[in-house]
Write a protein of this length. Structure first.
Length: 193
């Protein structure tokens, strides 16, 4: 586990990426994205259901890439404190911070191995929705980016996960290898599957 206070370690321009997310035109950079959403979210769909459906899928997506890949985990738009509370949740991720002497109020990116990403998968996909135990209180979305490729797994606070890339062929390959009857695929504007 390595930490960095800067996100210039990302294999893409974070400012262009943020412009894409907010709908601003980006000269000479094309981002493509697909949202994987649960087909039928009923009133009883909760964080436990989300983890049950998305955790094996998330691990499969990670396994699509070359074995031994490194990943960068950061808040999606601005760097926030990782743990602005002391609640008894996300234990694996909180323990990782403690074991590596990383302050809970650290602001920046985490760099980790594929194995560690798999180990932390449930906490990572729960993070935006589950950081606070209070119903309806969410925290920042997180981006899990491949260290060498312009590929992002965006974990969102409204219980779905999106895949994004500037490499349309790579995105289509990952999407086609990780389709599931559990998910409805919603391409971003300008993305063809």
């Amino acid at each position: 586990m390595i930490t960095s206070n800067r996100t210039d370690i990302l294999p893409y321009d974070r400012n262009h990426y943020i412009d894409f997310l907010v709908g601003e035109p980006i000269p000479s950079v094309n981002w493509y994205g697909v949202s994987f959403q649960v087909r039928e979210k009923g009133k009883e769909f909760n964080l436990a259901d989300f983890i049950r459906l998305y955790d094996p899928w998330f691990k499969k997506v990670i396994s699509t890439f070359e074995r031994g890949s490194s990943w960068i985990i950061n808040h999606d738009k601005i760097d926030l404190e990782w743990f602005p509370n002391n609640e008894d949740n996300l234990r694996s991720l909180r323990n990782l911070f403690k074991q590596n002497d990383i302050s809970a109020n650290f602001r920046g990116a985490l760099i980790c191995s594929e194995d560690l990403l798999m180990e932390l998968s449930k906490d990572l996909i729960s993070y935006p929705y589950g950081l606070f135990k209070e119903e309806g209180l969410f925290y920042s979305n997180i981006d899990i980016s491949h260290r060498d490729l312009p590929f992002v797994i965006k974990v969102l606070d409204h219980l779905n996960i999106d895949l994004l890339s500037t490499d349309e062929k790579l995105l289509c390959k990952v999407v086609s290898e990780n389709k599931s009857d559990s998910f409805l695929l919603k391409p971003y504007r300008g993305t063809s599957l």
